[in-house]
Design a protein around this ligand. Structure first.
Ligand code: KIV
Length: 263
């Protein structure tokens, strides 16, 4: 695979070619995912749940993310490395800039921030300083207590228009990528069509430019109730590399997500 950059993601969008994204937390799995063709790796704060055993992403610290970013950066090969800003990492603009700087120094190539239109100023400050940003909208797990649980967002017309407007505002502020989590497929399509920048979806239907899943879900090592948008690719593969390849190929061929994975 050729080195994946933001320009590659924009080219995928222009060509109507979907791209695959997967979380990764260490060098070995990052290498396996890159070898399978996965274009974007995310050091997600989901590590608080799948690695550390917490019930939310809130306990994850900058130091945790920085450590796993360094690990993934060593194994990532040609994939683009996106990294999550942890909970409260944006509590002030100074903190946001310093934290993003630390993560870029650790190997991040794209910083993902959760937040709505109010994040516009922070995104403007980051992009002014050369830090590319992915803005995460819809179900934002760092706000799980405010949202009252891990629920689909944007089901009502008013909330759906607000998510679309927030996405427009954040792109105007400089966001290079939008990530939409757990929204109706119709909203996933509307946001993707309305924006010039690539839109990555998880539980956002089949029409977003890219798809992302948590690695543990792809490998079927999720405990408890699995969300509807998840598929265990290990069930159809002989080994981990095969499961990653199957996920990548199914995204590229638009076989995943299927209608049953959407809202
Ligand atoms: O932290 C994470 O893994 C994420 C994905 C679920 C998109 O934000």
């Amino acid at each position: 695979m050729k080195t994946v950059t933001l320009s590659s993601l924009q080219a995928f969008k222009r060509a109507g070619e979907p791209f695959s994204c997967l979380t990764a937390y260490d060098a070995s799995f990052a290498r396996a995912a890159g070898d399978a063709g996965i274009e974007v790796l995310l050091v997600g704060d989901s590590l608080g749940m799948v690695l550390q055993g917490h019930s939310s992403t809130l306990p994850v610290t900058l130091e945790d993310i920085r450590y796993h970013t360094r690990c993934v950066a060593r194994g990532k090969g040609a994939s683009l490395l996106m990294v999550d800003l942890p909970f409260m990492g944006n509590s002030t603009t100074e903190r946001l800039l310093e934290n993003a700087g630390e993560l870029m120094r650790a190997g991040a190539e794209l910083i993902k921030v959760e937040g709505e239109a109010w994040m516009a100023d922070g995104i403007r400050e980051l992009t002014r300083r050369g830090v590319p940003v992915c803005a995460h909208l819809g179900l934002t797990p760092q706000s799980v207590y405010q949202l009252g649980g891990y629920k689909v967002q944007g089901r009502e017309a008013e909330q759906a228009s607000r998510i679309l407007e927030d996405a427009r505002t954040l792109v105007e502020a400089g966001a290079s990528v939008i990530l939409l989590e757990c929204v109706p497929a119709s909203l996933g399509r509307a946001v993707t069509e309305a924006l010039d920048v690539p839109v990555i979806g998880i539980g956002a239907g089949p029409d977003t430019d890219g798809q992302i899943l948590v690695m543990h879900d792809v490998l079927g090592v999720t405990h408890g109730r699995t969300p509807r948008f998840v598929k265990n690719f290990m069930a159809e593969a002989d080994d981990i590399q095969g499961a990653f390849r199957r996920y990548h190929e199914d995204v590229k061929a638009r076989r995943f997500p299927a209608p049953e994975h959407g809202f």
